[in-house]
Write a protein of this length. Structure first.
Length: 85
């Protein structure tokens, strides 16, 4: 008979050891990297931003959605209201 510890923390530690390192690894700088596994395509693993110094995404002036952007301006065409659709 398999003698399992009664303490849930000890049981969790044993299960964690049995699982091995898992699908992710933590680098020394704190970033998390997903390990390739199975038939996973390495091109689909998410990477960091290409140019992190550029900051968050800002849409171009011609890509503003007038229905969701309050500062789209009066010259942008507005979408139909619910009653018009």
């Amino acid at each position: 008979m398999n003698r399992e510890p009664s303490d849930p923390v000890e049981r969790a530690d044993e299960r964690r050891k049995a699982l091995g390192p898992g699908d992710v690894k933590e680098k020394s700088d704190g970033t998390i990297e997903q390990r390739e596994h199975g038939n996973m395509d390495p091109a689909l693993v998410p990477k960091g931003k290409d140019h992190p110094e550029e900051g968050p995404y800002v849409p171009e002036h011609d890509h503003i959605d007038p229905d969701t952007e309050p500062d789209a301006g009066p010259d942008h065409p507005k979408g139909k209201r619910d009653s018009e659709a």
